[in-house]
Design a protein around this ligand. Structure first.
Ligand code: SAM
Ligand code: DTB
Ligand code: SF4
Length: 327
């Protein structure tokens, strides 16, 4: 690792970034020869993390389908005819049983997702019980419930919530081409509420929706330049869902996905970068390249929300082959 390339990225304390990234700077990372980019990202990664350890979260869809929003990639929007059915908010006991099973299999965090524009207060009460009980199992807790109203983030914090997932999803400039029922600024507003309540922010995006490389670089900049970079940054590869407007978008070059992981790692050196949706379609070799690029977190378990994930046996075998350990 060259000292000069480290200097460009290491001027950050744990709490406040002093370097404000520009789109041109992140585009320049994307344009590096891939081997140079991987070398630099791995150097940054090793300054802050154990390069052989991966954090594992298990997802559960606690309320599925029928969402009012029009996100063009989503199987759960009520506006598109997809194969995803509609299910009511799950009973707390069933959620806790799923969390226990995930813990027994080795997940350290349990992430509960709901297909809402945002939670109604009475629905939130049941989610608060889920958070309390999952936390009591000794797991880290995460929820993704859509946009929050005033006071809801504080209630989640009191219940013991560790992380709130709310993705910026794509560049502000491209956002309106994928989602019209709410705005990028609405997403930022919820992130402010989460951060102000003292909950860790989990926010990232989706790659491969037809956006340009510049849009991808701008998304990384918008995440890195938040008042504080998100503690956790999921990078999703679009899972094309038949029936949605993005069902037939041409597939992205996998190396562009790797470059996005590397750019996220370099721009957000102390954040957990999660290799998220799209892993089922990736070879083991491609995933290993994502770890080399600085990904150090993943979803673990046979399902994401409504689509599949590599089965646990495949992931366990991959960890063994790569000599990686779970945290
Ligand atoms: N309704 C809440 C929201 O929008 O924040 C929570 C659930 S929503 C399904 C959570 C995230 O899943 C989205 O922000 C998006 O990043 C990701 N996601 C949804 N569908 C996806 C797909 N087909 N491929 C990749 N990522 C997807
Ligand atoms: C995130 O960034 N990815 C996860 C989690 N946060 C909630 C969801 C991925 C969903 C993939 C499509 C599906 O299974 O419906
Ligand atoms: Fe609803 Fe979230 Fe899907 Fe958008 S991404 S349609 S808000 S569940």
């Amino acid at each position: 690792m060259q000292a000069s390339s480290l200097a460009a990225v290491s001027c950050e304390s744990q709490s406040a970034p002093v370097h404000r990234w520009t789109v041109d700077e992140v585009l320049a990372l994307y344009e590096m020869p891939l081997m140079d980019l991987l070398w630099r990202a791995q150097g940054v990664h090793r300054q802050h993390f154990d390069a052989n350890a991966i954090q594992r979260s298990t997802l559960l869809s606690v309320k599925t389908g029928g969402c009012s929003e029009d996100c063009g990639y989503c199987s759960q929007s009520a506006r598109y005819e997809t194969e995803t059915g509609r299910e009511r908010l799950m009973p707390v006991e069933e959620v806790v049983a799923a969390a226990k099973a995930a813990k027994d299999k080795g997940a350290s965090r349990f992430c509960m997702g709901a297909a809402w524009k945002g939670p109604k207060d009475n629905d939130l009460d049941r989610v608060l019980d889920m958070v309390r009980e999952v936390k009591a199992l000794g797991m880290q807790t995460c929820v993704t419930l859509g946009m929050l109203k005033e006071g809801q983030a504080e209630k989640l914090k009191e219940a013991g919530l560790d992380y709130y997932n709310h993705n910026l999803d794509t560049d502000k400039e491209f956002y309106g081409q994928v989602i019209k029922s709410h705005t990028h600024d609405d997403r930022l507003d919820t992130l402010d509420q989460v951060r102000d309540a003292g909950i860790n922010v989990c926010s990232g995006g989706i790659i491969g929706m037809g956006e340009s490389r510049k849009n991808r670089a701008a998304l990384i900049v918008q995440l890195a330049n938040l008042p504080k970079p998100p503690e956790s940054v999921p990078i999703n590869n679009l899972v094309p869902i038949p029936g949605t407007p993005l069902a037939d978008v041409p597939r992205l070059d996998p190396f562009e996905f790797v470059r996005t992981i590397a750019a996220a790692r370099i721009a957000m050196p102390t954040s957990w970068v999660r290799l998220s949706a799209g892993r089922q379609e990736m070879s083991d070799e491609l995933q290993a390249m994502c770890f080399l690029a600085g990904a150090n977190s993943m979803f673990y378990g046979d399902f994401l929300l409504t689509t599949g994930n590599p089965d646990i046996e495949r992931d366990d075998a991959l960890f063994a082959r790569l000599g990686m350990k779970a945290i």
